[in-house]
Write a protein that binds this ligand. Structure first.
Ligand SMILES: O=C(O)c1cccc(C(=O)CC[C@H]2O[C@@H](n3cnc4c(=O)[nH]cnc43)[C@H](O)[C@@H]2O)c1
Length: 216
């Protein structure tokens, strides 16, 4: 039987999740860094599975993430209530304008720049991970690395708890395949002025292994 498809950006994240999986029907695969390659690769995996008569039952974008200081701690587990394309839009002297406020047709976006997690799948993950922080997870193509862009994102997304680089792309692929979608992240670093030495990758990967038991 085919179960969930869990996609990560890099192989280290996929290995961390596989190490904690308890459900043999869950498939975990790395699909690349950033929303474009993650969307394209996930869409291809979904189509191939469907064509083989073994469709997946749902899709989870999983991996490490940056966390908004004061909203979530480094090492914590995050469940996305929605995945938000935070840099898809236009700059203007008055600030950033999301693409769905630019007057273009939005149906090709798979529902707009904010794609909510599937309520049933999210509820199951919440029940299995009661300590997880739940909130919107931003998808960005560029890792936020200055105080000014961190402040701007915090103001534009007062409820967002984390940022990563794939969730929205994977959500679009799941929406087009009519499959439930959710995003699961563990926090490797605070969002802010770039300091790669401060990333706690080992801690975040260990938290992914622990959280993987929920992926059933
Ligand atoms: O160097 C390693 O050993 C290693 C192990 C696992 C993962 C990585 C990555 O570089 C992951 C890249 C992945 O992480 C997400 N991420 C993490 N922090 C942030 C952030 O502050 N802003 C945006 N994205 C972040 C993202 O989804 C990347 O694809 C390395």
């Amino acid at each position: 039987m085919t179960g969930l498809l869990v996609v990560t950006a890099v192989p280290a994240e996929a290995e961390a999740i596989r190490a904690g999986l308890t459900d043999p029907t869950t498939t975990v695969l790395p699909v690349g860094v950033g929303p474009a390659v993650a969307a394209a690769t996930t869409a291809r995996l979904l189509v191939l599975a469907e064509a083989a008569g073994r469709p997946y039952q749902g899709v989870v974008s999983a991996g490490v993430a940056g966390g908004f200081t004061g909203r979530v701690a480094v090492g914590a587990t995050v469940l996305g209530s929605a995945s938000v394309a935070a840099d898809l839009g236009a700059e203007s002297p008055a600030g950033f304008i999301p693409v769905d406020e630019l007057g273009m047709p939005a149906d090709w976006l798979g529902g707009g720049t904010t794609l909510a997690a599937d309520p049933g799948l999210l509820a199951r993950l919440r029940a299995a991970l009661p300590a997880a922080t739940v909130g919107p997870v931003l998808t960005v193509s560029t890792v936020t690395g200055t105080a000014a862009s961190t402040d701007a994102l915090r103001r534009r997304h007062p409820d967002a708890v984390a940022e990563a680089m794939e969730g929205y792309g994977v959500a679009v692929a799941a929406a087009q395949a009519n499959l439930p979608f959710a995003e699961l992240r563990t926090v490797s670093n605070p969002i802010g002025p770039r300091d790669r030495d401060a990333w706690r990758m080992r801690e975040a990967l260990a938290a992914l292994t622990t959280a993987a038991a929920a992926l059933t």
